[in-house]
Design a protein around this ligand. Structure first.
Ligand SMILES: [Zn+2]
Length: 237
């Protein structure tokens, strides 16, 4: 018999330090970032009325804009302070005037220090300029570096803040059976004396075996065998 542990030991200890950075953010700390395509932005620029006041993020944009989840600057700073009150960041390089040096792509590389460890991060503001852009770049770089420590990793996994570009999402074309598979089926129809037309009708009215989706190949063979067996049984009765 072992001694019963004190009840406090049954409760999981609250994560601290770097472990705390990995804890998911509560829903109220997750913001929605509209991510319009270039075409959507241009449509609203050309005609203000092509946009709507969005009830998800509160800004004016095209009604079909996709939103990405992200953790805002204040929530991330709060978490970094909880993990390590002495956290800080610095740019990777300074320019000749002593200010943080931006890269040729107007992005900023930083090093984020938490609990005696550091991670590099990169931030950008996607074509925006001015003071607000600099703040956005810093926030973006901090999110990126903190993500390397595991902060809000689940959100990045779902959709990187900069990953969605112009590409339209096309429904995937179903893959059809190969020519070899078609020949195999035709041989089976022939050897078992099952009319192909019967199968095409049963398969949803496709006109030709070339229109048979690859995922239905095995099912087609089963169908032909069953059909042949049924015919044989009918003939015997
Ligand atoms: Zn919105």
């Amino acid at each position: 018999m072992t001694d019963k542990k004190p009840s406090t030991a049954d409760e999981p200890a609250k994560p601290t330090g770097l472990d705390l950075l990995r804890m998911p953010f509560p829903a109220h700390q997750i913001s929605k970032l509209p991510k319009p395509t270039k075409a959507q932005t241009e449509a609203v620029k050309a005609d203000f009325k092509a946009g709507v006041r969005c009830d998800i993020c509160g800004t004016w944009h095209h009604p079909k804009v996709v939103h990405l989840d992200y953790v805002g600057h204040a929530a991330l700073t709060d978490r970094l302070l909880d993990a390590d009150p002495h956290w800080y960041w610095e740019p990777l390089a300074f320019d000749q005037t002593g200010l943080p040096a931006f890269g040729p792509d107007k992005g900023l590389w930083i090093r984020l220090y938490v609990c005696g460890h550091s991670r590099i991060g990169f931030g950008s503001a996607d074509g925006k300029t001015g003071g607000d852009a600099v703040k956005e770049i810093i926030g973006d770089a901090l999110r990126n570096a903190a993500m390397r420590f595991g902060a809000a990793l689940d959100l990045w996994h779902k959709g990187d803040l900069h990953a969605i570009e112009e590409e339209e999402i096309k429904p995937a074309e179903p893959e059809m059976i190969t020519e070899d598979q078609r020949i195999e089926l035709m041989a089976l129809f022939g050897s078992l004396n099952v009319p192909v037309a019967e199968f095409l009708k049963a398969a949803g009215g496709i006109k030709d075996l070339r229109q048979l989706e690859a995922s239905r190949f095995d099912g087609a063979k089963t169908w032909i065998n069953k059909r042949a067996k049924a015919v044989r049984e009918q003939e015997q009765n």
